[in-house]
Each structure stands twice: as C-alpha cells, then as structure tokens.
Write a protein that binds this ligand. Structure first.
Ligand code: TYM
Length: 379
C-alpha cells in the first residue's frame, strides 16, 4: 500500500498521486491567478514555484490579501534531525529563504530533536549532534540575521510544553490515529508529538497576544501535522496557519523521493566530489538509449533527474532555457547533461560549505528566546 505521511513515504510518486493527495488533503493547486498575485510582490518567480515543485497551498491567497491590507505574516518551517541533510531536505529551506527575502519577514525554524528521538532508533546524543549539524547546514543558505530563529525543541521545552498541552487537550487519540495512521503500538510520545509541531504556528500570536498570520512551507509528507493544527487552532482563538506545499525532489533513480533511507540515490551536503560525480552519473536519465536515438528524438525532460536538479540550482534562466532546448531536441547528449549538473551541484555545495564555515560560531544569535523575541516584536 502506498503511504505518504511524516513517518513513511514509499513507492513511486507520480503526478496522479500528487493530484489525489491534493484532493484527499483538501489542498488547492497554485493556479496562474495566484502565481500572478505572488509575482506582484516578488517581481520574479523562484524556479521552485515557476516549475511547479511548490504546487499546492491552503489559504496562501488569503494571507497575501491580508498582507496587502497591512496585516503582516511570518514564516515557519522545520527539520527533524535524524541524520545528515540531503538536497531534498534543503528544498523547503531554499524556497523559504527566497520568500523571507522577498517579503522581509520573520522566520521560525523548528528543530524537532524530540520527534526523531521518539520515532527513530537514535539516542539523545545522536539527535542533538545532528541538530547542531543540521542548523549549520540550514544557516549556510543565508537567512536574514535578526529575523530568523531556531526553536530547538529540547532547549525551548518550557514554552513548547505549555502551549502543546493546551493544543493536545483538543485532540483525541482517534484523530491522531486517523490523521497519521498511528496505532496502539506506537509510543505515547509519538502520539503527543503533533501538539509540539503545531506550536510554532501560533507562538507569535501567543507571545504578542494578538493574531499574527503564519505561512508554512513544507513537502507534502508533512501535511498531516498542519491539517490537524488547522482543526484545533480556532478552538484556542488563534488564526489557522496557511501552507505552501511542494512535491518531492526525486531520488536519483527517479523512483520515490530523495530519502535518508536510500543513501546511494541521494546527494548529501557533505558528499565528496567523487561521490557526487558517481551518483549523478548513475542517475536516471530521460535521454535515449543510444546516441543516434538521442540525436533523433531528444531527451524526455520530465523523467530526467539530472535536468530536474540542474534547473533548480541554476539561477541564470537563460542558461536553463538553452540547456532545455538543446537537450530535449537531441543536440545535447545525456553525458553532457550529467556533466553540467555535476558541476552545478559542486558549485552549490561549495558555496554552502564556505558560508557554513563563516557562520559556525554565530549559531547562538539565531536561537529562539521568548524574552528576546517579545522585546523585538513589541518595538
Ligand atoms: P524532515 O526533517 O523529514 O524534512 C525537512 C523538510 O524537508 C522536506 N523533505 C523534502 N522536500 C523535498 N524533497 C524531498 N525529497 C524531501 N524530503 C523531505 C520535508 O517535507 C520537510 O519540509 N517533522 C519535520 C520537522 C518540522 C517541520 C515543521 C517541517 C517541524 N516543524 C514545519 C516543515 C514545516 C521533519 O521531520 O522534517
């Protein structure tokens, strides 16, 4: 059976499945009208939204209309530190960085070390090690300092707990069971945990004692959390958070998502150049089987994993268009496509490493602190 939830994503995920999920989850497709509305504020579109990777939403139109009428919003996203990060994990952060810059808004990033301790076979020391590594990886994308804060669950436990119990009072076991597919043999921490992931979506409204809109970017596996959150928040007197939802970056073999459980088919931020090269050169190609056929028919870009990675990372749109034209028409061969992608990925990873080195002692300035945030927002 196909499972797509925060704890499990298996099997091939194609367009039909995304459309079914949108319907089942009550999401809306981001249509041209909404794209134009976004563009009015951002001038251009990020490749991740232009190419339909961020493809669905809930109340994004509403948040933007309210923003146009002077009502601010903040962004909230997160990471569960279960290991080193791969390019797939970085997708929502890469897009969130763009949103933050375009709208110049506050951003909360939750690091759910508790979630990964509860749901994976990891010790507290292991999750806290990965939490630190992952926070540095995320910061290496370059978020706005003074407007970006990590809520680290174990460290910010007091405020999270106090708000999570209010939330959990409105959630029954049968709701959690039907939303996440949990059952009686799941540990009780895991059953309570959705209340913790809900908190950052109303924490600023709580601290400031007035409703503040929240927009949450994530890939569709996390949607269960936020459908539940939206059911409960009106009962606590807080606004429902809006969502902007992405598809998965595919695994390098094109089947399923890029995932920590498939190391050989995922590109890790700390992979060596040789590893990246090997992985990209064995990635699933939309090119034809022989050189002659490729020249005659061109590549199928919708299936070509290297091209899909390249077009996200290449900022120069004209270059992307040129590659697209040459590769799909057969002027370019799949080996060349892989070479271009390999170079782009290495350049991207090198830039991250460089920035990571520069900010490695600044992490404390990005940590969430109730009093600090309250003072900052009340001015
Ligand atoms: P985690 O650590 O599993 O994933 C981090 C983020 O990456 C997304 N993601 C992907 N996006 C594109 N392609 C992929 N192959 C891919 N794999 C994972 C996830 O959807 C997620 O957005 N419980 C969360 C942590 C969390 C969170 C949040 C995430 C706490 N609060 C708010 C999003 C929004 C988790 O374990 O994410």
């Amino acid at each position: 059976m196909k499972a797509i939830n925060p704890f499990e994503v298996n099997g091939e995920i194609n367009e039909d499945i995304y459309i079914k999920l949108v319907r089942d989850f009550g999401l809306k497709i981001i249509d041209t009208n909404l794209l134009n509305k976004i563009k009015q504020h951002t001038k251009e579109l990020h490749p991740l939204i232009e190419y339909g990777i961020f493809f669905a939403h809930r109340d994004l139109d509403l948040i933007l209309s309210e923003y146009e009428n002077g009502k601010p919003f903040y962004l909230y996203t997160g990471r569960g530190p279960s290991g080193e990060m791969h390019l797939g994990h970085l997708i929502p952060f890469y897009f969130t960085k763009w949103l933050q810059e375009k709208f110049n808004v506050y951003l909360l990033i939750q690091i759910t070390d508790d979630e990964k301790f509860l749901t994976k076979n990891l010790t507290e020391d292991q999750v806290s090690f990965y939490a630190k590594q992952n926070m540095l990886d995320i910061l290496s994308l370059g978020f706005i300092k003074g407007k970006t804060f990590f809520i680290l669950d174990s460290r910010n436990a007091k405020i999270l707990y106090n708000l999570a119990i209010k939330f959990s009072k409105h959630v029954t076991f049968s709701q959690v069971r039907s939303t996440f597919g949990m059952n009686e043999s799941d540990n009780i921490g895991k059953i309570f945990f959705p209340s913790i992931q809900a908190v950052p979506s109303f924490i600023l409204s709580y601290l400031l004692n007035k409703p503040i809109n929240c927009l949450i970017p994530y890939a569709i596996d996390q949607d269960d959390y936020f459908r539940l959150t939206r059911d409960v928040l009106p009962k606590l007197g807080y606004p429902k958070p809006a969502s902007i939802v992405s598809k998965f970056l595919p695994s390098l073999i094109g089947e399923g998502k890029m995932s920590s459980s498939k190391k050989d088919t995922s590109i890790y931020l700390n992979d060596s150049e040789a590893e990246v090269r090997k992985k990209i050169f064995s990635a699933f190609s939309g090119g034809r089987d022989t050189k002659e056929e490729q020249i005659k028919y061109g590549a199928d870009l919708s299936k070509d994993v290297p091209f899909q990675i390249y077009r996200i990372l290449e900022e120069d749109r004209e270059k992307v268009e040129k590659v697209k034209e040459e590769y799909s028409s057969g002027k370019m061969l799949s080996g060349e496509m892989k070479e271009i992608t390999y170079r782009k990925v290495i350049q991207f990873l090198d830039e991250l490493k460089e920035r990571r080195e520069k900010i490695k002692d600044e992490i404390e300035e990005y940590m969430f602190d109730e009093e600090k945030i309250k003072k900052m927002l009340l001015i």
